[in-house]
Write a protein that binds this ligand. Structure first.
Ligand SMILES: Cc1cc2nc3c(=O)[nH]c(=O)nc-3n(C[C@H](O)[C@H](O)[C@H](O)COP(=O)(O)OP(=O)(O)OC[C@H]3O[C@@H](n4cnc5c(N)ncnc54)[C@H](O)[C@@H]3O)c2cc1C
Length: 448
């Protein structure tokens, strides 16, 4: 564009940013999206996709090791970690190429460079080839994402003290790994590192893993990590005694919104180290400037980032869209995978709720797949049977949790779901069974 003026400009090409640019273009905007590293953001290059690729590799190895129980007898040779990493990079390369084509299918200008505010309608961009640009627009969406947080005294040096991106790019797994932080990322990396042969100690300063998550679930995760040979210490504030004993230390204590290098002051945008302030329309304190995704500090998930990017773009283009706060499913790729949805207080025993369980051990498809551990738990209102929360430990948890989330959002009851047709044999029948169990009339469980 000759005069560098756009209807809308997005800073950041991760899930929030590229989704915002596409929705704006769908609504007729002549849009630009600026990305300083790689389109796809943390999710594609240092988060969701690489971690899930490695989890899936481990899952596949476990399944192949079980092949004898299907009458398949074969010796397997597992490539070294560097080779597995190469295969992972191929998948990311393919996804990245697909994303670039997707964005290019719209009239969106893609700019490789780093943006800072000059004033509320102007961005100074240093392109990756060193060229300087000035771009202007009345509508700007900030989707600059987040970065790994470090701890005082445990600054990430990318040699011994690592962040999650360092491990995801490593050519070999350290022989021993101390993981500081027992949240979702710490638990996931403990599973991955131990699966690829590292001796792992996971340390969490709070009294349980996955702080904020239901205690029962956190306890199950701890047991499953211990079964994999991972040492777990909770309620452990200091790691001084362990630092020298481990080849590498992974700091997994959360993410910090990328707010400090955007010159937000020049556009009078309110923010703190917790993120950029936004209202329910994702508009910042400055008219016409919106923010979405990790940079707001609200979610730290790719799917919430994408949803926020879409809403921010719609609002920037004159609509009045708000998120109607659906319950956000949470998933941790431990082994087995755990998933949870609904507010924490619903999981705690109270006079107003009732629960039902269904074990995978009683599910036909789980038996066929040879994955019989874990359960589905449904929490419902005692009086009305309305579904309030759910948890899954085991097979396909990341897919099935959305069924429970949709049931919560649409105010369905356990009676509603127990009258639905779930395909047989399918893993999702466990949700049906757990709803029947709430009603104390589960056909597939023995009489209590
Ligand atoms: C190890 C790990 C595993 C994860 N696993 C999952 C998972 O399984 N599921 C899930 O939902 N979430 C997961 N997440 C979280 C998920 O990756 C993020 O929530 C998501 O990527 C946020 O999207 P975003 O668009 O807000 O930010 P990002 O994806 O971080 O994208 C922001 C982009 O903005 C660019 N940028 C920043 N500043 C500028 C600037 N000044 N100029 C131009 N460009 C700029 C950055 O280079 C970046 O590409 C994981 C995260 C990590 C670290």
């Amino acid at each position: 564009m000759a005069n560098n003026q756009y209807d809308l400009i997005v800073i950041g090409g991760g899930p929030a940013g590229y989704s915002a640019a596409i929705r704006a273009a769908q609504l007729g905007a002549n849009a630009a999206v600026i990305e300083k590293e790689k389109f796809g953001g943390t999710c594609m290059h240092a988060g969701c996709i690489p971690t899930k690729y490695l989890c899936e590799t481990l899952h596949l190895i476990r399944r192949i090791k079980k092949s004898a129980s299907y009458g398949i007898f074969s010796d397997i040779k597992i490539a070294n970690f560097a080779e597995i990493q190469k295969q992972k990079e191929k998948t990311i390369y393919m996804l990245n190429a697909g994303l670039i084509k997707l964005i290019q299918s719209y009239p969106i200008e893609m700019i490789n460079g780093s943006a800072v505010f000059k004033d509320k309608n102007t961005l100074e961009v240093t392109e990756n080839d060193g060229n300087a640009l000035e771009l202007s627009s009345k509508r700007i969406i900030i989707a600059a994402g987040s970065s790994p947080r470090s701890l005082p005294g445990l600054e990430i040096d990318h040699e011994k003290i690592l962040d999650s991106t360092d491990i995801l790019n490593a050519k070999k797994m350290p022989k021993s790994l101390l993981i500081v932080g027992g949240g979702a990322i710490g638990v996931e990396f403990a599973t991955i590192a131990a699966g690829f042969g590292s001796s792992v100690l996971l340390v969490e300063k709070e009294g349980q893993l996955l702080p904020g998550e239901d205690k029962e679930l956190a306890e199950e995760v701890k047991k499953s990590l211990q079964r994999q040979g991972i040492k777990v210490q909770v309620g452990q504030g200091s790691i001084n005694g362990y630092m020298q004993k481990y080849e590498s230390i992974l700091v997994a204590v959360g993410r910090k919104p990328n707010v400090s290098s955007l010159n937000l002051e020049k556009a009078n945008i309110k923010y703190s180290e917790k993120g950029i302030d936004v209202n329910t329309h994702f508009e910042t304190s400055q008219n016409g400037i919106y923010a979405a995704g990790d940079v707001t500090g609200n979610g730290f998930y790719a799917y919430t980032a994408q949803a926020e990017g879409v809403l921010a773009a719609e609002n920037a283009m004159g609509k009045k869209s708000t998120s109607d706060c659906p319950p956000v499913p949470r998933v941790v790729f431990s082994h087995p995978t755990i998933a949870s949805v609904g507010a924490g207080e619903h999981f705690r025993a109270s006079n107003t709720v009732t629960t039902g369980y269904f074990p995978f051990a009683a599910n036909g498809k789980a038996a066929v797949l040879g994955e019989r551990s874990g359960w589905v738990k449904i929490v419902a209102n005692k009086e009305t049977g309305r579904i309030l929360a759910g948890q899954i430990i085991g097979l396909d948890a990341e897919n099935m949790i959305s069924i429970i989330a949709i049931a919560i959002k649409h105010k369905l009851t356990v009676n509603d779901l127990s009258r639905e047709m779930f395909f047989h044999p399918s893993v999702a029948e466990t949700i049906h069974g757990a709803c029947e169990d709430v009603l104390k009339k589960c056909i597939d469980l023995p009489r209590k």
